[in-house]
Ligand binder design. Structure first.
Ligand SMILES: [Zn+2]
Length: 364
């Protein structure tokens, strides 16, 4: 396959110019319509699934195991981002919101599929395009897990690791907790003892719960947001904490979830409500994934470049499929700056990774 880099760039511009924050389903649908149109031109049979996920089948045959490819159309960027982060090429880099994560992955996939010339691998290829990966995949998770049941391999076209361009053979599991503290308001000067401070309780929680981290086991716990109090002279009756959790193993996820749920502040008058939990289970690196990686590595070598692999902290929809079917992640476009102002794709390396994806789909 000889990727047409200028056509790929043009297609990427088309998708990026349609801003698609996770919160705007209509905007996301406009991106999906374009991708679905491309897929139909290649002969795909496409469907809209409930709550916004699209399914595109390329030669999928009833009762036969297929290759499942996971993509998402949403980005973390709000409307208007293009005004201060315009699409632009500087040297070998194409900058813009949602380029690297992961509109270039979608474009590369479409070009890889086109290069197959209608000769689909045994069992065909099923592509899922989800609307809510960046906010935890609440509506698409069920579709993804169901599709994985009949997959002989799952390829995730999220970007490879920044700088190294390594593929992703494992990901931490991710969780979020919201803790709502309800104390008793009182005059801070006249009757402090009648109050029960929600902020004091929350402060205890910050230290106690972050101490649940276990770096040797890859467990991180971080309070990323805190809000509370009503006025400086009032003992605060309310406070809220937001906690980010990352774990390498399911047992660590269970340990921390249990500990967060049973934790109590020293002032028993302050009530704590805990919401949330482990959202994506860990994508634990397994033999099936490493076998897929081995194939990818051999293909890269044959194509004249080296590719490595890594376990990363961030989650993806691959976390849902890894316990069900052999999953390899990071097969999208090389670059850097996911969720950051310098988000970009590496034009000098993009073509190689599309050729890799094309051959992997043929050979897997
Ligand atoms: Zn992504």
């Amino acid at each position: 396959m000889q990727p047409d880099l200028s056509a790929m760039q043009a297609d990427l511009r088309t998708l990026v110019e349609l801003e698609s924050p996770s919160t705007d389903l209509a905007a996301i649908a406009r991106v999906m319509d374009v991708v679905e149109g491309w897929a139909r031109e290649l002969g795909a049979d496409t469907h809209a699934l409930p709550s916004g996920t699209r399914e595109m089948n390329f030669g999928v045959q009833e009762g036969q195991k297929y290759i499942l490819v996971l993509t998402h159309a949403d980005t973390v960027w709000p409307h208007g981002t293009l005004e201060h982060m315009p699409l632009r090429v500087e040297g070998d880099k194409l900058y813009g919101p949602g380029t690297y994560d992961m509109k270039a992955g979608i474009v590369g996939l479409i070009h890889a599929l086109r290069a197959l010339g209608g000769e689909w691998p045994a069992g065909g290829i099923k592509v899922l395009l989800s609307p809510d990966e960046e906010i935890g995949s609440g509506s698409s998770r069920g579709h993804i897990e169901q599709a994985a049941q009949m997959a002989r391999a799952v390829l995730v076209v999220e970007p490879p690791v920044a700088d190294s361009h390594n593929l992703k053979t494992g990901r931490k599991g991710t969780g979020n907790f919201t803790l709502k503290f309800t104390g008793i308001a009182s005059h801070a000067g006249n009757k402090p003892s009648e109050g029960a401070s929600a902020i004091t309780a929350a402060a205890e929680a910050v230290l106690a719960l972050q101490a649940l981290a276990d770096h040797a086991k890859g467990t991180t716990v971080s309070v990323g947001q805190i809000a509370g109090g009503s006025a400086v002279n009032v003992i605060p009756a309310e406070c809220t904490l937001e906690i980010d959790l990352r774990v390498a193993t399911l047992s660590e996820g269970e340990r921390v979830t249990e500990a967060v749920n049973v934790w109590k502040p020293s002032d028993s008058r302050v009530k704590v409500e805990v919401l949330g939990g482990l959202n994506r289970p860990p994508f634990e690196q397994g033999a099936a994934t490493m076998q897929l990686f081995g194939q990818a590595q051999a293909i890269a070598k044959a194509l004249g470049f080296e590719v490595g692999h890594e376990v990363v902290g961030g989650g993806s929809d691959g976390n849902f499929t890894a316990p069900i079917a052999p999953t390899l992640d990071g097969l999208g476009a090389p670059g850097d700056g996911a969720h950051a102002a310098h988000e970009h794709v590496r034009l000098d390396r993009w073509g190689d990774h599309v050729r890799l994806l094309h051959r992997l789909i043929q050979e897997v």
